[in-house]
Ligand binder design. Structure first.
Ligand code: PEP
Ligand code: MN
Length: 342
């Protein structure tokens, strides 16, 4: 059960609500976010929910049966909108495109990417400066100094930044230079990191774990929300299965399922999913039809020379054609609107 508390609730009213919840043998946890205050109550007993709903100080009350609660559509029917400022939003109907190299390699590489994004009216750049790599000898990113420089360049060109944060200590040093924190697939269940990102008033894009279930992804999102941050974006990026003909099994099914289970926006990352350059475009288009609110793409001026993930990175000209096709496909999806969450 989720009880949304009114903004003008008094401490006496709150105490009475908590007492009523305890009497029902439910366990209340108080959650305060940038947008509201809630009591998330776990328990099993059947009772007439109106008993709580009529109490002074209660905004509304909803029964939520799933393990994850605040990220569930059972209490919040409206799709969450992520507002990055300056008119840049991640929301239903407006397909967001988030593009850039796997990792920013140099200032020159950043300059060329920004030029490409501006030319194509793309408002969000992948600016990865800390890279989780399977081998410790691989390129691990240009680090925080690089992020500071690139952030200035992006701001000057009206481009927002998404960048991966790998540990709690990086949050503070990155916060002024990113618009979205990315939590990578290797960190989806790093609960300390999720707790800490819950204390930040900045959007978090949470990737599905390498072999994580949809339920686990939603539970991880719940960590962020329940610590105070409602600005969460979910990302399907493929999971590890027995199939090895491509990089990951792209679970397109997860897109409508996540959107039905949660009010949070869902983006897809076909680059890391299929992991093969020549097929990224068609899987990106399929993601839009499946209901994705945004697409993450790896692009580079000379993909074959990219320091990481060269095999799945699109060349600028191919990417330009894809952006055009993505926008047309999104317009078609908006026109036909057959998804239950449209
Ligand atoms: C990335 O987006 O750069 C990345 C490392 O992706 P993932 O965490 O999905 O592997
Ligand atoms: Mn990559």
């Amino acid at each position: 059960m989720i009880i949304r508390l009114r903004k003008d609730i008094t401490s006496q009213e709150k105490k009475e609500i908590i007492d009523a919840v305890l009497e029902l043998k439910y366990k209340p946890s108080e959650v305060k976010t940038q947008f509201g205050a809630y009591l998330v109550c776990t328990g099993k007993k059947e009772f007439d929910i109106r008993k709580i709903g009529f109490m002074p100080g209660v905004g509304d009350v909803h029964r939520v049966s799933s393990q994850y609660k605040l990220v569930s559509r059972q209490w919040k029917v409206d799709n969450t909108i992520i507002d990055l400022g300056d008119g840049v939003k991640i929301k239903r109907d407006e397909l967001a495109i988030l593009a850039g190299p796997c990792s920013i390699e140099s200032i020159e590489n950043a300059e060329k990417t920004i030029e490409h994004l501006v030319k194509n009216n793309i408002k969000i750049m992948r600016t990865m400066v800390f890279k989780p790599r399977s081998s410790p000898y691989s390129f691990r990113g240009i680090g925080i100094e690089g992020l500071r420089t690139v952030s200035g360049m992006c701001k000057a060109n009206g481009i927002k930044i998404i960048s991966e944060v790998m540990q709690v200590s990086q949050i503070e040093e990155m916060a002024d230079y990113v618009d979205i924190f990315q939590v990578g697939a290797r960190n989806t269940q790093n609960f300390n990191l999720l707790d800490a990102l819950g204390e930040v008033d900045k959007p978090v894009l949470l990737k599905r774990g390498i072999s994580g279930t949809i339920e686990e992804l939603l539970q991880s999102a719940e960590y962020i929300f329940s610590n105070g941050n409602e600005k969460i974006i979910l990302c399907e990026r493929g999971i590890r299965t027995f199939e090895d003909a491509y990089r990951n099994t792209f679970d397109l099914n997860a897109i409508p399922i996540l959107k039905e289970k949660s009010h949070l926006p869902v983006v897809a990352d076909p680059s890391h999913a299929i992991g093969i350059r020549m097929f990224v475009a068609q899987m990106a288009l399929a993601s839009v039809m499946a209901g994705a609110d945004g697409i993450l793409l790896e692009v580079h001026e000379t993909p074959e020379k990219a320091f990481s993930d060269a095999q799945q990175t699109l060349q600028f000209t191919d990417a330009e054609h894809l952006y055009e096709c993505l926008r047309k496909t999104n317009a078609l999806r908006n026109e036909i609107k057959y998804s239950m969450t449209d």
